[in-house]
Write a protein that binds this ligand. Structure first.
Ligand code: VIB
Length: 224
C-alpha cells in the first residue's frame, strides 16, 4: 500500500518530532510560556491557511462523500481547533484573543506556502499528501505521550484533544485520508509516486520545524 510507504519514509522525522523538547515538555508538563504563545500565534495563522487549503481540496473532489468529508474538516478547523489553543493559553496565563492577530513567522510562511503550492500545482492526491502530516503527526504524538503523562499534567486536556474521539479529528479521519491516498495512488507512475512522497515528507519536516520555531521563538531577522 502506498500509505504504508508514506508512513515508513517518515519514521525518522516522526521520531525526531516525538523527541523534540517542546513535545517532551508537553509530556513532562512544562513548556516555557513564551514558546507556548509563539505556538498559539503561529498556529492561528496555520489553521487559517489549512481551512482554505481544505476548501481547495473540496474543489478537487470527484464524489459527494469526499466533499462531505472535507466540509466537516473545514468546520472543525475553523471552529474547534481553537479549543486546543485555549488550553495552552490557560497554562501560560494568557488571553487567547490577545494572540490571534500575529504575522506569519518564517516556518509558518514556508509550511502554508508548501500547502498552497500543492493546491496550485497538484492533483487531489498531492494535496492530501501535503496535508496529512498535520493530523497524522498529532494523533501519533498524543498516542505516544499520553502514557507517560502524570495525572496532574496541565497539558492532559491538550493531549486528550488529539486522542481518537468519534466526530472529532481522530484515528478514523487519518485513516480516511490515508485510504483516499491509497485509492488515488492506483496506477500512478514511479515518478508521480516519488513526487507525492516528497510533498508528504516535506510537510512532516515542516511539522518538526514548527515545534522548533515556537520553542526557540525563531522569527524573521529583518523587520520593518
Ligand atoms: C502545525 C500544526 N499541525 C497540526 C495541527 C493539528 N491540526 C490542525 S488542523 C487538523 C486537522 C483537522 O482536520 C489538525 C489535526 C496543528 N494545530 N498545528
Amino acid at each position: 500500500m502506498f500509505s504504508a510507504r508514506l508512513k515508513a519514509i517518515a519514521q525518522p522525522v516522526l521520531a525526531d518530532i516525538e523527541n523534540h523538547p517542546f513535545v517532551r515538555g508537553i509530556q513532562a508538563g512544562a513548556v516555557p510560556a513564551a514558546a507556548l504563545m509563539v505556538y498559539v500565534e503561529q498556529d492561528t495563522c496555520f489553521l487559517d491557511a489549512f481551512a482554505k487549503v481544505y476548501a481547495g481540496a473540496l474543489s478537487k473532489c470527484t464524489t459527494k462523500d469526499q466533499m462531505r468529508f472535507f466540509e466537516e474538516q473545514i468546520r472543525y478547523t475553523l471552529n474547534d481547533e481553537a479549543g486546543a489553543h485555549q488550553i495552552l493559553c490557560d497554562i501560560a496565563g494568557q488571553k487567547l484573543s490577545d494572540h490571534q492577530h500575529a504575522k506569519q513567522r518564517p516556518i509558518t510562511y514556508l509550511y502554508n506556502e508548501h500547502l498552497f503550492n500543492a493546491l496550485r500545482t497538484g492533483d487531489l492526491i498531492d494535496l492530501i499528501a501535503a496535508m496529512l502530516p498535520c493530523p497524522w503527526t498529532y494523533t501519533e504524538i498524543s498516542q505516544q505521550i499520553v502514557d507517560g503523562a502524570a495525572p496532574d499534567n496541565p497539558f492532559l486536556p491538550w493531549i486528550e484533544f488529539y486522542q481518537p474521539q468519534p466526530g472529532q479529528i481522530d484515528g478514523s479521519m487519518v485513516k480516511t485520508l490515508f485510504g483516499m491516498v491509497d485509492e488515488l495512488a492506483i496506477g500512478l507512475s514511479e515518478e508521480r509516486q516519488h513526487e507525492i512522497e516528497q510533498r508528504f515528507l516535506r510537510s512532516c519536516e515542516l511539522e518538526y520545524e514548527f515545534w522548533e520555531q515556537a520553542y526557540y521563538q525563531k522569527d524573521w531577522k529583518y523587520k520593518n
